[in-house]
Design a protein around this ligand. Structure first.
Ligand code: ARG
Length: 454
């Protein structure tokens, strides 16, 4: 491609460090789309002749056919996807192929291809997250009235419903999907026509190629267009946050499935056994979802480190932008898919969860609130009395709901037996009717709202 200036072939090590076709071949569809848009625009502007444009477009169609049927020769000697396509085009149609690169550089070409790819990945991730949210909504509705312990510090805190717990993740994945949608909006500008770095002296129409490729507008600065990868970083940041959410839910599934918790199980087809311990059923999928977070956050760190300190405009460092992005989106796709399957299939042990919901003095706050509401105690005093009641119940080896009235009255004379109405985990959940609270009606209301939004 640059033989005119060079008298020798590249050294083997030069080729080895330079070649990227093994990675960027994944951009083939975007590369063809970009070339078609560029070619049509060149012809419409009279920069190349219509006959040449037709030959180029036909050649690109042939290349698409070869790539899809597996016969396309991806060759290391042509370095990357852009030059592989152009070299093949030249073999197929000869002389007119040389006109395609008029008013274009690989710098704006790769920026365009990569933007299109990341845009598609963001869209697809949004759809996949939506499917995960729907799976969570279904389970939340099903278990809107089923009790489980709510935790802080992984210590029993207050009873909640399992539906409420699932809905917490619907909210998280909703924000995640929003971050991908936001990133998409910001990235949806056309770099094509920035050429090498300074723009083009040809009368190109960057608005036309923008329309053709589904971009909202051309990017406003040619140096920026070929040299920033913030769109990739932003989507990796969104992916990292999503992966963090996925790993929290994965961790909960792992914990719920330990025999000591016994809160849930997964069907055989979503677990693995052990080659030595016959009794084992391992939540490998959940563990791997949890682990993929490492790769995804690693990708963000890798790319931001590549970009840091690069002078304007393009530097070959930027060829290292693709492996982390591809790896992160592959990992995220697997993680969201595996999590969706687990959410659909998880079998909660609702009896065991309900039993645990009432253990650990989980309604102590309800007792304190009752003392405030019914007897007018200041909350701090009520907290103290309740602490003493818990201590007494612990001594007697009973739960708060079983603590004799006399023992409660010994601590606070005004207590009546009306207090027992609030001491069950059912009553505790049912009373939390504040917007976004755990009461089954509230959970069902949020489910209904989310169904409309999705
Ligand atoms: N394969 C290159 C990349 O991914 C394409 C751009 C090459 N540009 C250049 N000036 N050498 O970044």
């Amino acid at each position: 491609m640059w033989g005119g200036r060079f008298s020798t072939q590249p050294a083997e090590i030069m080729q080895a460090i330079n070649v990227s076709i093994g990675v960027d071949r994944r951009l083939w569809a975007q590369d063809l789309a970009g070339s078609r848009a560029h070619c049509r625009m060149l012809a419409a502007q009279g920069i190349i002749g219509q006959a040449d444009a037709d030959a180029i477009l036909k050649g690109l169609d042939t290349i698409e056919g070869e790539i899809t049927d597996g016969s396309f020769p991806f060759r290391d000697q042509y370095e990357d996807i852009h030059m592989n396509v152009e070299a093949r085009l030249s073999e197929l149609i000869g002389e007119p192929s040389g006109r395609l690169h008029t008013a274009r550089s690989r710098n704006d070409q790769v920026a365009t291809d990569f933007r299109l790819w990341v845009r598609g990945a963001c869209d697809q991730t949004g759809e996949r997250l939506k499917a995960l949210q729907v799976a969570l909504l279904d389970r939340a509705e099903q278990h809107a009235g089923d009790l489980m312990p709510g935790f802080t510090h992984l210590q029993t805190a207050q009873p909640v419903t399992l539906g409420h717990h699932f809905m917490a993740y619907v909210e998280m994945f909703g924000r995640d999907a929003g971050r991908f949608a936001d990133a998409r909006k910001r990235m949806n500008e056309n770099p094509l026509g920035a050429a090498a770095l300074a723009g083009s002296p040809f009368p190109i129409d960057r608005h036309a190629t923008a329309r053709d490729l589904g971009f909202d507008r051309p990017m406003g600065n040619s140096l920026d267009a070929v040299s920033d990868r913030d769109f990739a970083l932003e989507s990796l940041a969104a992916a990292s946050i999503t992966a963090g959410h996925l790993s929290r839910l994965a961790e909960e599934i792992v914990v719920w499935m330990t025999p000591m918790f016994g809160f849930a199980s997964l069907p055989d087809d979503l677990t693995t056994g052990s080659s030595i311990m016959p009794q084992k059923r391992n939540p490998d999928a959940a563990e791997l979802v949890r682990a993929k977070t490492g790769r995804i956050i690693g990708a963000f760190v890798a790319l931001s480190t590549v970009m840091k300190g690069l002078p304007l405009a393009y530097s070959k460092d930027m060829q290292e932008d693709k492996p982390p992005v591809f790896e992160a989106f592959d990992a995220l796709d697997l993680a969201v898919g595996a999590m969706t399957a687990m959410v659909r299939a998880i079998q909660p042990n609702t009896g065991r969860m309900a039993e645990a919901a009432g253990a650990g003095f989980s309604t102590a706050t309800d007792l304190a609130d009752w003392l405030v509401r019914e007897l007018g105690l200041p909350f701090r005093r009520a907290h103290h009395v309740t602490g003493a009641a818990v201590k007494r119940a612990e001594t007697l080896g009973v739960g708060l709901a079983q603590l004799p009235l006399a023992d409660l009255q010994a601590l606070e004379p005004g207590v009546t037996d009306g207090v027992y109405k609030v001491l069950s985990p059912e009553a505790s959940c049912a009373s939390r009717q504040s917007f976004g609270g755990t009461a089954p009606e509230q959970v069902r209301a949020r489910v209904a709202e989310w169904r409309l939004r999705l």
